[in-house]
Design a binder for this molecule. Structure first.
Ligand code: SAM
Length: 359
């Protein structure tokens, strides 16, 4: 297995069957080796700096019915909310004061926000905070809509592909959604010049090592700037309520594999990772992650953006969230920086150059 890890580090890719063999056959010792290699690569590109993004979960209405998600439209017990432009702007104001230079607007697929509304949100943020990056994460839209958001100031877009295996995709989603469409959205976003983020849940029901190998192959093909992964965690009001949560250890190993695949990539230590284990986000950094995303949403709505059970950080004010994460990062020798933290393309043929991470 160490040989496969060395090849992955050198070539930044493996064959799908090699990925599957690595996932299935890794011993504890191999995993520690993988962690060391990933940490080394992360240090080479980013040192001990961790980028931070202020997450604003602005609506939990959703027209979709993904079987795993707590805000799916069929969950009649979800208490729904929407933030106004004013609410969003006050989250940004607080966040800017705390040192955030990226705002991530995430939500269910809520048709109440028209393209004009999203454009207005982007323009308002960009006008007031021209030094900040805007990341959207509002699901599948038409090419034209994505274009409009980009022109209104959106810089980045997060859209996890969820699983790159057709059959697996069908088991996680209703007929109205398709992997083909999801992938097409990602390609459209890339073509439009967004910094694109994709990703998947680790341990979602029916996932196999072969599914993950396909996820990694798709990620290689897409060459995203960001990859967000976290363990699947069940939500009590979904069809998957009885399914076991994903593996914490496998999630960490996947972060390390992704770091070797995309040395200059932006890889968050996600909230789901912090939910499955009290030290999950710190561990994520030690396994190669370099981004954290504290919550900037108003505390009054935090609990309602409940994608899975026991989600952490639903009671703290933004300032507490940021200082808590700052302290947590220090425990693993890292510091949160005030910077946009853009993706910096890197020509690997020109290896040996200085660390290209810029603030
Ligand atoms: N609607 C947007 C979209 O579809 O991309 C963004 C919001 S969606 C709720 C954000 C992500 O939450 C999904 O991509 C999914 O991977 C993750 N998620 C949803 N339910 C989850 C669960 N039960 N466990 C872990 N992650 C979950």
């Amino acid at each position: 297995m160490k040989e496969l890890i060395d090849i992955l580090k050198r070539d930044r890719k493996l064959l799908p069957e090699e990925f599957a063999a690595l996932i299935n056959g890794m011993s504890e010792e191999d995993a520690l080796y993988l962690k060391e290699q990933a940490f080394q690569v992360k240090e080479q590109f980013f040192g001990n700096k961790v980028f931070t993004r202020g997450l604003i979960e602005f609506t939990n209405y959703c027209k979709n019915d993904c079987y795993y998600c707590g805000i799916r439209k069929s969950n009649v017990n979800a208490v729904r909310y929407r933030l106004t432009l004013e609410d969003i702007m006050s989250c940004c104001e607080e966040g800017y004061g705390l040192g955030f230079r990226t705002f991530v607007l995430q939500g269910g697929e809520d048709l109440r926000y028209s393209d004009e509304d999203i454009e207005q949100i982007c323009r308002s943020i960009k006008n007031k905070y021209p030094d900040c990056a805007i990341t959207l994460s509002i699901g599948e839209k038409s090419y034209e809509s994505y274009k409009r958001y980009k022109e209104a100031g959106a810089d980045r877009y997060l859209l996890r592909h969820e699983t790159a295996d057709e059959e697996h995709y069908r088991l996680l989603h209703p007929e109205s959604l398709s992997l083909k469409e999801r992938k097409q959205c990602l390609w459209n976003l890339k073509e439009l010049g967004y910094q694109v983020g994709t990703g998947f849940m680790v341990g979602s029901p029916f996932q196999t090592a072969e599914c993950i190998a396909k996820d990694l192959a798709f990620i290689k093909e897409l060459e995203p700037a960001m990859v967000g992964i976290g363990p699947f965690l069940p939500h009590h009001d979904t069809p998957f309520k009885e399914y076991p949560k994903g593996s914490y250890e496998l999630t960490l190993r996947m972060i390390a594999i992704l770091r070797l695949m995309i040395p200059n990539g932006l890889i968050p230590a996600t909230t789901a990772l912090g939910t499955i284990h009290p030290m999950g986000r710190e561990a994520g950094i030690s396994w190669g992650a370099n981004v954290v995303m504290p919550n900037l949403s108003p505390v009054r709505v935090r609990k309602q953006y409940e994608l899975y059970d026991n989600k952490i950080c639903t009671g703290d004010e933004a300032a507490e969230c940021r200082s808590c994460l700052q302290r947590r990062m220090l425990t693993v020798g890292h510091e949160i920086v005030t910077a946009r933290g853009d993706f910096i393309p890197y020509t690997f043929e020109a290896e040996g150059k200085e660390n290209l991470c810029t603030m």
